[in-house]
Write a protein that binds this ligand. Structure first.
Ligand SMILES: Cc1ncc(COP(=O)(O)O)c(C=O)c1O
Length: 434
């Protein structure tokens, strides 16, 4: 719970939801996870006041850790019922692709489920090396290094580069893993307003000119589904001789004419200084990477504690990601289809009266605001056959809860039509639209 949002939101429940929330005694501030400041030295005693999760479960409004019994991609089985899956990051629908499954099975047979050690000592297989090579080629970068998750890729790159003389400069809305990366790094961090190059310019102007800095942004924002204004941000960075790391976790495979991410969307020839990506979204697996100039990646490889001191990504996961990466180019219809679906759903949800913020990707948030209303909307949709993600603080600022919806290239038009009808009915019932 380290994301530094503290803005208090207004939040206005409809009468029935307010009643329900009050009856259940839901106190959203408990999600901040603070311990009691005074009291027993017993740590467990200090956190014993946290009851929100139990209360939300009792009210039937708990939207988290929901077991998914079967996951076919565009549909899943939840609570024994088949639902349309609008709550995954499987954007190109590759998790069940026969070639991906076959590659993972083959690597499992060859290497077993784990390399039982870190990349440094005994965890590097030929699959890791091929994956690094092909990721770099795909992105037009010199080289890449594979981490065990995308979270660790951010932690590893930033903590290796920002020593106590450096400073991380974050867009306010970057993913929590970048906040955590800035926290792990020995240098300080500061922030600029979301997607605001002028504010970034002012922030950089105020820094000590001798201090090494790294600007950290997401290419596509995981909750808002909006894109960073990459050309303008690059220009500001250049002016201040400042390097920029772009976390393109959600843009790879979904953004740009061939799915090569934010840079290609804006037609920029020059690669990012550093690109972070994950395999847990379009690439149908688990793991992450950092791509960049050979010298810099070589440095990260040897000084990144989240690379050196954790077990390597299993080769089966690497093989699945490698095959998914190749499929982006082999089956180009997937990128086109997911972009078409994103455009259609944005248009139609907006026409129904939902507030879809500034989404420009297959991630489409529906702004609700009040946390309890968001949970009730989530529950209503699930009860009627649509699985989505309820997102509350600390993933978004308090009082700015959203329902996050995301789309898959293999969703059929019929599934999307049905989902829209269910959205409209549940949206009216829960007072999200009038
Ligand atoms: C923008 C962004 N960066 C990094 C990550 C972390 O990726 P992983 O799931 O591979 O740890 C995520 C995942 O939610 C993300 O959305």
């Amino acid at each position: 719970m380290t994301q530094a949002h503290s803005d208090a939101g207004a939040g206005s429940g409809s009468p029935s939801l307010t009643d329900l929330a009050q009856a259940a005694g839901l106190r959203m501030e408990e999600m901040d996870g603070h311990q009691r400041e005074v009291g027993s030295p017993d740590l467990f005693e200090r956190i014993s006041h946290f009851q929100l999760a139990d209360q939300a479960r009792a009210a039937g409004l708990y939207p988290f850790f929901q077991p998914i019994e079967v996951n076919d991609g565009p549909e899943a089985v939840v609570d024994g019922k088949r639902v349309i899956m609008l709550g995954s990051n499987n954007y190109l629908g590759l998790t069940r692709h026969p070639k991906v499954l076959e590659a993972a099975h083959d690597a499992l047979d060859r290497y077993g489920p784990s390399m039982t050690g870190s990349r440094l000592l005994n965890g590097t297989s030929p699959v890791h090396l091929t994956l690094e090579e092909e990721l770099a080629e795909f992105l037009g970068m010199e080289t890449a290094i594979v981490f065990s998750t995308g979270y660790l890729a951010n932690l590893g790159a930033v903590s290796a580069l920002i020593d106590r003389h450096g400073i991380s400069v974050l867009d306010r809305d970057v993913h929590a893993s970048i906040y955590d990366a800035a926290g792990l790094a020995l240098g300080k961090y500061t922030r600029f307003q979301h997607n605001d190059p002028e504010h970034l310019d002012r922030v950089l102007s105020n820094l000590n000119p001798e201090q090494a800095r790294l600007v950290l942004i997401d290419g596509a924002y995981s909750m808002g589904g909006d894109l960073a204004p990459l050309p303008e941000l690059r220009e500001v960075c250049r002016k201040h001789q400042t390097r920029m790391l772009v976390d393109d976790a959600h843009a790879i495979g979904t953004v740009g004419p061939t799915g090569r991410g934010t840079r290609s969307h804006f037609g920029l020839d020059e690669p990012d200084d550093l690109t972070i990506g994950t395999f847990s979204k379009t690439l149908a697996s688990v793991g992450g990477f950092c791509a960049g100039p050979r010298k810099v990646i070589e440095y990260i490889r040897h000084f990144s504690r989240p690379m050196l001191f954790t077990a390597a990504l299993p080769p089966a996961s690497a093989a699945a990601a490698l095959t998914a990466l190749r499929l982006i180019d082999e089956e180009t219809w997937r990128v086109q289809r997911v972009q078409e679906i994103g455009a259609r759903m944005r248009r139609e949800l907006d026409a129904l009266g939902f507030d879809v913020a500034n989404s420009a990707t297959p991630i489409i948030p529906i702004r609700v605001g009040d946390e309890v209303r968001t949970a009730a909307f989530w529950r209503d949709l699930l009860d009627h056959g649509v699985y989505t993600n309820a997102v509350i603080a600390p993933a978004v600022p308090r009082g700015q809860a959203i329902l996050r919806t995301s789309y898959i290239a293999t969703h059929s038009d019929d599934q999307l039509d049905r989902a829209l009808q269910i959205f409209e009915e549940a949206g009216r019932r829960q007072g999200v639209i009038s």
